[in-house]
Design a protein around this ligand. Structure first.
Ligand code: FAD
Length: 557
């Protein structure tokens, strides 16, 4: 099946339609929450528009731990309903997007001074399996000390008492968001990045009739008419509520920052993902191997600074390195080993007197008198259920009874019956592309990004065979052309940070490539010299941000 055409080259046409039509629903925010709602409502047959201030998944939805998981730690807080919901959702999200939600074996070491003893870990993991109705082959196995040490030789032995082995799912949050957006677009939704909601207009009863937006590239201001409006602006939910003349009073957001850091795989060559005790403060961290790197996180600290620019500070990086070295002492990680970082903000709902880690991750919907429906809190994993609840409210407002259809909806290029079918696809394509010199690793990374749409990129690489001599540039151009034609890429950062994740997972190599990739992109999108330089500078600022802690180090020494 041909991927749906979805390109910012058609930006003028999209904007014209946004100006002309009246929508059933306008969604503000293109993170996973907004994307999920746009898809759910489109599948129910509603006419939907979505506006995103920057790029899709630019906010928290590209800066999470990138797990579709049941949230084992919420068991400690007895949030059984939450664990049951997200635990069950894991299987659905995996089934609908097998290429981007992959099973991940997770080891839970049980250690002296850790937050869970052997008995409690065993019971906890059992309850986890039971609540989430986990498949037999993925259920937890408790391990002896020697078996745990054998499975993960880097673990510290002196305090090790045993372990638990269970399954979670690893994803790429920004890619998952993009696959949902593309599926909504295929259903007829108009989803546009770089459009900022700045105001509302009202009828004489005080109900919103339109959302005023600014087209960020041109500064043009116009109104989008819709019968209902959803505010899914993540950490900016309160800001968007603030635009409303009749906002809901009372509950407000509480933001906490979470940092991850990336080290070369060789520096922390784990056999599988590990969910380990920090030991110092009763918190836990993930260490997740992924191709050529291992990433580790996260922190959880109250955040009151600039929402648009959370950074991994030196103290955050030192905290994660110290925790990791305590559990994997031979790794001996140092600041210089950190290749990249990211920092995200959890849009939690304020609860008086609770510490950041103790605040519930439950989502909540706020209904304003003006009609504005705001949704906050929640998890990546539970996005589909959050969308269902929110779209139910939209339907109520519209006076329509329409059933949710997302449980069976395959996302983007994710049409694979099983993990075996996904692996067969990869093996077959690797065999087919040898003649155009596409490395096997490229086929793998394309399939884990774009699923079956990889065939479009391969076909393009064949077409480019006689036009672009250098194989590396040829495959890059084929992928870039796909992202421009089918994933609404507008800026260099969109491509290098969120569509391909390379700012986080492959920065060392990317530092040598980004200038010529920018030129390729400029040629595709007819950028003049000034725009090209602006795009390069913006990407260099992104590099600077993920490595900002190094400057702090230099200025303090
Ligand atoms: P965002 O992704 O922030 O999206 C909101 C969007 O609204 C932004 O893109 C923003 O640009 C846009 N916006 C703001 N104002 C406007 C405006 N005026 N007009 C137009 N658009 C606007 N969950 C999991 O399930 N698994 C995990 O492993 C996990 N790990 C996490 C780790 C960390 C460190 C953090 C911070 C969170 C983690 N979460 C995890 C939670 C999950 O990432 C979030 O719940 C989720 O990404 C929130 O998505 P969102 O769409 O609500 O917000």
């Amino acid at each position: 099946m041909q991927p749906v055409r979805y390109s910012n080259k058609q930006r003028k046409e999209y904007i014209q339609e946004l100006k002309d039509a009246e929508f059933d629903l306008l969604v503000i925010g293109g993170g996973i929450t907004g994307a999920g709602i746009a898809l759910d409502a489109s599948l129910r047959g509603l006419k939907v528009a979505l506006v995103e201030l920057k790029d899709f998944a630019w906010g928290t939805s590209s800066r999470s731990t990138k797990l579709v998981h049941g949230g084992l730690r919420y068991l400690k807080q007895f949030e059984l309903g939450l664990v049951r919901e997200v635990g069950t959702e894991r299987a659905i999200v995996h089934r609908n997007a097998r290429h981007v939600v992959l099973p991940e074996r997770m080891l839970l070491p049980i250690v002296e001074g850790g937050s869970l003893g052997k008995f409690m870990s065993s019971i906890g993991l059992w309850v986890y399996d039971w609540l989430a109705n986990v498949d037999k082959q993925e259920r937890r196995r408790m391990l002896s000390k020697s078996k745990t040490a054998e499975l993960e030789p880097l673990l510290r032995k002196d305090i090790l008492k045993g372990g638990g082995l269970y399954y979670e799912y690893r994803t790429d949050d920004a890619r998952l968001t993009m696959e949902i957006i593309k599926t909504a677009v295929a259903q007829g939704a108009i989803c546009l990045n770089y459009l900022k909601a700045v105001d509302f207009t009202y009828d004489d009863k005080g109900s919103i009739t339109a959302t005023v937006v600014v087209d960020v590239p041109t500064g043009e201001r116009f109104a989008i008419k819709s019968k209902t409006q959803v505010n899914a602006a993540g950490p900016w939910v309160d800001d968007v509520r603030g635009l409303d003349d009749y906002p809901v009073r009372g509950k407000h957001l509480f933001l906490t920052k979470g940092v991850h850091l990336v080290v070369p795989f060789d520096k922390l060559p784990l056999e599988q993902a590990v969910y380990f005790d920090v030991l110092e403060d009763n918190r836990m961290c993930f260490a997740i191997p992924r191709d050529t790197i291992t990433y580790i996180g996260t922190t959880d600290t109250a955040y009151k600074a600039d929402i648009a620019n959370p950074k991994a500070e030196l103290s955050d990086v030192k905290y994660i390195l110290a925790a990791t070295n305590r559990m994997f002492p031979t790794a001996n990680l140092e600041l210089k080993d950190v290749e990249s970082t990211w920092a995200g903000l959890r849009p939690l709902i304020h609860e008086e007197g609770k510490s950041p880690s103790d605040i519930s991750r439950k989502d909540e919907i706020f209904m304003a008198k003006s009609g504005l429906i705001s949704i906050a809190g929640g998890k990546l994993t539970g996005y589909r259920k959050m969308a269902e609840r929110t779209t139910d409210k939209v339907c109520e407002r519209l006076g329509q009874k329409l059933a949710c259809k997302t449980a069976e909806q395959i996302l983007g290029g994710g049409d694979f019956d099983s993990n075996e079918a996904l692996q067969d696809f990869i093996v077959q394509r690797i065999g087919e592309v040898k003649q155009v010199l596409i490395p096997a690793q490229k086929i793998k990374s394309w399939t884990y990004r774009y699923g079956r749409d990889t065939d479009w990129i391969i076909a393009r690489a064949f077409e480019l065979y006689n036009k672009v001599e250098d194989p590396e540039r040829r495959t890059e151009l084929a992928e870039l052309q796909y992202c421009i034609a089918h994933e609404a890429v507008y800026r260099l950062n969109d491509y290098l940070v969120r569509r391909t994740g390379r700012l986080y997972f492959d920065l060392a190599r990317l530092q040598k490539q980004y200038l010529w990739i920018a030129e390729l992109m400029g040629a595709e999108l007819n950028w003049d010299e000034a725009r090209l330089q602006e795009e390069i500078s913006a990407f260099e600022r992104s590099i600077h941000e993920v490595l900002a802690f190094k400057e702090e180090l230099h200025s303090s020494s």
